[in-house]
Ligand binder design. Sequence first.
Ligand code: ACO
Length: 323
Amino acid sequence: MIRSVVRGFGAVLPKRVLTNAELESMVDTSDEWIVQRTGIRERHIAGEGETTASLGAAAAQAALDKAGFKAADIDLIIVATSTPDNTFPAVAVDIQNRLGMHHGFAFDVQAVCSGFVYAVATADAYIRGGLARRAIVVGAETFSRILDWTDRTTCVLFGDGAGAIVLERAEGEGTSADRGVLTAQLRSDGAHRDKLYVDGGPSTTGTVGHLRMEGREVFKHAVGMITDVIVAAFDATGLTSEDLDWMVPHQANRRIIDASAKKLGIAPEKVVITVDRHGNTSAASIPLALATAAGDGRIREGDLVLLEAMGGGFTWGAVLLRW
Ligand code: ACO
């Protein structure tokens, strides 16, 4: 049976760090409120010359280096982003060009904070379907550029960054002990559109717009949706939370992560948390957290890893993979 196996990972954050203390001088908020409600202490903000494509390309190159591959070895690039450099072309083709790659194919996936989970599922399907052999999957965002910096209910929550993994086709027995993506479960429901959206776009206002969110409404749905789709992933593989080595959640809010893990009986020490240091980086948060935990040696070859996310749309999903 064909599996998509992780061969490399990488991540980058913009140089500029914005602390909660600095935000106190920008809007009516406090470090205490932000930490208590979200767990966020600081986030990185893209500066001049730093864009979704430049951050994404740096993360992709780092993942290639880690894998020991060159751009010539890759035939597919998928970028998950909701903050592209331009409406078109896709960030993925920009990254393709920046990597010096002029073969294969590249495109973007837009599923907001669930984007990386959707992109991994897409790359896995392309690899298993025989359309690609090696893929770079990138999550890259510059949410700072769609925030209303006068709106304290949203501007304190988000940050910028990028992460990437390299997936390679491998033949295995098809058991859950084999390395690679074991299952991907994806969901969406557009009825929740107005709870989290951007109030601009090329086909409506002709502007880029700002992120708008009913935080309490999002919170209300998050834990149930996340846990349901994770249970579906366990059911599809015959595995349980007991078998799990690492949960690498979308890093939106510490309280959502803790509540989801608790509901599933996943021990806190198995949960990778990075939201304190980079806030909610949307589609970039899972590969940033993966690069952190694989980079410091926590996630090791053969570990069972759960990726999960929920975001605008609503979209949500989970991937179970053996690292
Ligand atoms: N600083 C201080 N006070 C604030 C701030 C702030 N930054 N923001 C809001 N408040 C105030 C509100 O105005 C409100 O005041 P009021 O009671 O006088 O009206 C009070 O704090 C409570 O506001 P709530 O919105 O009810 O606060 P809540 O406990 O729900 O926390 C939060 C808000 C953190 C946004 C929470 O609802 C949440 O985490 N929601 C999920 C959001 C999320 O994770 N979104 C991302 C998921 S999808 C994606 O990643 C794109």
